[in-house]
Write a protein that binds this ligand. Structure first.
Ligand code: PEP
Ligand code: MG
Length: 579
């Protein structure tokens, strides 16, 4: 009987391989008195370690393949910049001289002092930047503890095909490990929105984060199975389980290559219902992945990622260049640029606007609320999106709308920005479609109010489910309540689709529910005809669509929508998916 260790699966897929434990940060650091005549030697030892750390990071950066370079190197450059900063270079030197102590102790003291400062910060995002400091400090400590080691942190041969198990991995380490051919990784800490998780998804690396177990609980070299689909690591596997997973792995490889053949086929059901199949993107590489998967365009471009992982705010020009580069990569396909959805669990370094700490950030100043309050943050983005519309098909999408007064305010602001651009003779498309995300129950219940005044709607089920069922989407304690099939959720979705039909505007779905093929028949039967999904799910959804006979599903879908009984709904869905 195998042992299953649960966690959050990041990239779809299965990895089978020997465990390779990466245990770091365990270095015992104690204070040692350094005789006066050796103080300058100790300073030189510390400086050498910093130099080696820099060299290691540069080696890592240069070893990253071109295609993934742009986004990953941002993470590595942050760490390189920290290695230039006096807080990590000059201050420890002062401490060695003042206290006449060893380099390790000086660095640890400075790290603890910085941690105290970070702890005091109100901004949740900035507080998490202490992770970066820790990553850099632990790199220097490892070098100090292991002087003379080469710049390759791990033995490449042992890593090829292995499932790496660690307390935590930095994005830089993840990139290097991927390059060294690991099959997947598991980390004790980290959530699905961490930089490492984002990177793993972009690299298509099966991974599991937040397992809350220590790497000491697994044995080095033991054959294990990482099932990122089900979110678990299987150890002590028996022959039957191994056989089953090997078969699943082979089938998956075959399935993926078959799916690729669908790339240029239209997303049309067996009975002729045409679906607009779009992609959700965050990073530049996602745009290329979307094109490789044959997406009809981008249905959700989460622009906040451009604002994260940095201490300043990108100005209008930088945003414009970014949007133009996405348009260029899309070669004429449309892009739906979502305006900033900062707040709640997504913050940026430059976004701290007041000392106020939201007691419940998901219900606080988030997304459009934050943007309307801070026009200085919002206007440059509106200008950049509109200016990009002069060069290609751009749609603008507003997240988290909840009331008509908010809609009035945002439409007035967009009009004002348009007039300003006209006065400045800056080109833009006057008819840029403006759409809204329906992710608050109040907005779904009054969807016609939004449908009447907007050019399109998009259902954000991730938040719609969170707010309808009152469960924090980032709290794993309540994940079990997250249910797209809850009768209340289904009825709200139906209301939004109906409102779109009444006012003859397109309605898409861009939440995770759209990318889950268990719901494809149900959603098509409910009348949804635009789906926006992560590029890795796109061909799978297309495959499901082409097998559908939508008209035949209508009676069963009506039964599902009429039911209040979750068990019955589950049973009916099963029947629907077997039809
Ligand atoms: C959603 O809420 O469904 C959505 C697509 O937006 P995000 O996941 O970025 O909040
Ligand atoms: Mg959302």
């Amino acid at each position: 009987m195998s042992v299953a260790i649960p966690g959050t699966g990041i990239s779809h897929g299965i990895a089978i391989g020997p465990i390779h434990r990466l245990i770091d940060g365990e270095i015992e650091i104690s204070e040692a008195a350094i005789p006066e005549e050796l103080i300058e030697n100790e300073v030189a030892r510390f400086r050498r370690a910093v130099r080696v750390a820099r060299q290691q990071l540069k080696v890592i950066r240069d070893s990253i393949p071109e295609i993934t370079r742009a986004d990953i190197t941002d993470f590595i450059d942050t760490h390189l910049l920290m290695l230039e900063d006096s807080m990590l270079t000059a201050t420890p030197v002062e401490l060695i001289r003042e206290r006449q102590c060893n380099a390790e102790w000086a660095l640890k003291s400075q790290r603890d002092a910085l941690a105290a400062v970070f702890d005091e910060m109100d901004d949740a995002y900035l507080r998490t930047r202490m992770d970066d400091v820790d990553h850099v400090v632990s790199r220097i400590q490892r070098i100090l503890a292991n002087e003379g080691a080469d710049t390759q942190p791990q033995d490449s041969e042992k890593l090829r095909g292995a499932i790496v198990v660690a307390h935590d991995l930095t994005p830089a380490e993840t990139a290097l490990l991927h390059h060294q051919g690991i099959a997947g990784f598991v980390t004790e800490s980290g959530g699905p929105l961490s930089h490492t998780a984002i990177l793993a998804r972009s690299l298509g690396l099966p991974s599991l984060v937040g397992t809350h177990f220590t790497p000491y609980q697994v044995r080095d070299g033991e054959l294990a199975i990482l099932d990122a689909v089900k979110g678990r690591l299987l150890t002590e596997i028996d022959a039957d389980t191994l056989k089953k997973y090997r078969r699943r792995q082979r089938e998956e490889i075959k399935r993926q290559s078959k799916l690729k053949r669908l790339k240029n086929d239209p997303a049309t059901s067996a009975d002729g219902v045409h679906v607009e199949l779009l992609a959700n993107v965050e990073l530049r590489e996602d745009v290329l992945a979307a094109r490789r998967a044959g997406a009809d365009g981008i249905g959700l471009y989460r622009t906040e990622f451009l604002f994260m992982n940095r201490s300043d705010i990108p100005d209008e020009e930088e945003q414009l260049q970014q949007y133009l580069s996405v348009l260029k990569a899309l070669k004429g396909l449309p892009v739906t640029i979502r305006t900033l959805d900062l707040g709640a669990d997504k913050n940026c370094g430059g976004e701290q606007r007041s000392d106020h700490v939201a007691p419940n950030p998901a219900l606080g100043l988030r997304a459009i609320r934050l943007c309307l309050k801070h026009a200085d943050l919002f206007r440059p983005q509106l200008r950049a999106i509109l200016r990009a519309s002069a060069k290609g098909p751009v749609r603008m999408m507003i997240p988290m709308l909840s009331s008509s007064s908010e809609l009035d305010a945002v439409l007035a602001l967009i009009d004002d920005v348009k007039q300003e651009l006209q006065r400045q003779r800056l080109a833009f498309d006057l008819n840029t479609p403006i759409g809204g995300m329906i992710e608050v129950p109040a907005a779904a219940l009054s969807a016609s109010l939004f449908a009447r005044r907007l050019d399109f709607l998009s259902i954000g089920t991730n938040d719609l489910i969170q707010y309808t069922l009152a469960i924090d989407r980032v709290d794993d304690e309540v994940t079990y309540l997250y249910d797209p099939l809850h009768p209340a959720v289904l009825r709200l979705i139906k209301m939004v689709i109906e409102a779109g039909r009444t006012y003859q505007i397109p309605v898409s779905m861009c939440g995770e529910m759209a990318g889950d093929t268990r719901y494809t028949r149900l959603l098509l039967g409910m009348g949804l005809s635009d789906f926006s999904v992560h590029p890795t799910a796109l061909l799978e959804v297309k495959d499901a669509i082409t097998r559908c006979e939508v008209a035949r599903y209508k009676p069963l879908v009506t039964d599902i929508l009429d039911s209040d009984d979750p068990v019955k709904i589950g049973g009916l869905l099963k029947t629907l998916n077997q039809m």
